[in-house]
Unconditional design. Structure first.
Length: 268
């Protein structure tokens, strides 16, 4: 079957933007709609967390523009990125805004869509597999399990200023959510652990850090909430990394599947 000729994909109109989630890393986790968008786009504006192998799927004539944001490093301002998207669309291009994970999960996709809406630019959102779900699955960690939790909380590890988020009710979070998934939290993970323990979280609760999730160089580091500061000091952990706190972490001992020869396949 030829994907482009045998499937009735929606038309990618000139002068429109498709916000596409590239998934947690492995190219094979890209959606069919995202793949179609790359094969069709005139311009691909991509983030730092997008796997270069995914960019190779763009047609040869497409222009690729980097618009990545990485913590602690010089990065494009969000306003400039949004204005550039509007500019490219008004020039009549078919533009893919390619983001790691899912555009609407700590990806600023909502902000970009607001800017496009204000400029009367038509857009489509193509969701992607978020690292907090797909990346952890590659570590053998189900974020929900009937025997452990019926609630999961997704938390960003820093606010717009780069600091630990201040608007979170840490006491409520510590007591209400048996499983907490943390995005972009490596820098402040020790401080976050201290706040959770201060408000009643068990220091012996399992915690896992998954770096380069779904890629052949994936590493899963297990520790506890109380020992995470020590763990961070003793290990050099590659980014990007996703962290998870809660009883589901223990399942990775039994459910670990992404290992050995399985990792030899770069597609995922």
């Amino acid at each position: 079957m030829n994907l482009e000729t045998d499937i009735d994909f929606p038309t990618f109109e000139p002068g429109s933007i498709w916000l596409v989630g590239a998934g947690p890393g492995a190219p094979g986790l890209m959606t069919l709609l995202g793949y179609h968008a790359l094969l069709t786009a005139d311009v691909v504006v991509f983030d730092a967390l997008v796997n270069s192998a995914v960019l190779d799927w763009a047609r040869p004539e497409a222009v690729k523009e980097f618009a990545g944001k990485r913590g602690g490093k010089p990065s494009a301002k969000q306003r400039d990125i949004s204005e550039r998207l509007v500019e490219l669309a008004k020039q009549g291009h078919k533009v893919v805004r390619l983001k790691g994970g899912d555009p609407f999960v700590f990806g600023r996709g909502g902000e970009e869509c607001e800017a496009l809406k204000a400029a009367n630019i038509p857009f489509r959102v193509v969701p992607g597999i978020s690292a907090g779900i797909g990346g952890l699955a590659y570590a053998g960690i189900p974020i929900t399990h009937r025997t452990t939790n019926h609630v999961v909380t997704f938390l960003t590890g820093h606010d717009s200023s780069g600091s630990v988020p201040d608007q979170i009710d840490w006491q409520a979070l510590a007591k209400s959510s048996p499983v907490i998934v943390l995005y972009m939290a490596l820098k402040h993970l020790g401080k976050i652990a201290e706040r959770l323990i201060k408000h009643g979280r068990d220091p012996d609760e399992p915690l896992a850090i998954v770096s380069n999730a779904s890629l052949p160089n994936q590493v899963v580091l297990r520790t506890t909430l109380g020992r995470v500061g020590e763990t961070l000091e003793q290990n050099e952990i590659a980014v990007p990394a996703i962290s998870i706190i809660g009883p589901v972490v223990d399942f990775c001992e039994v459910l670990e599947w992404y290992k050995g020869h399985v990792k030899d396949n770069d597609i995922g």
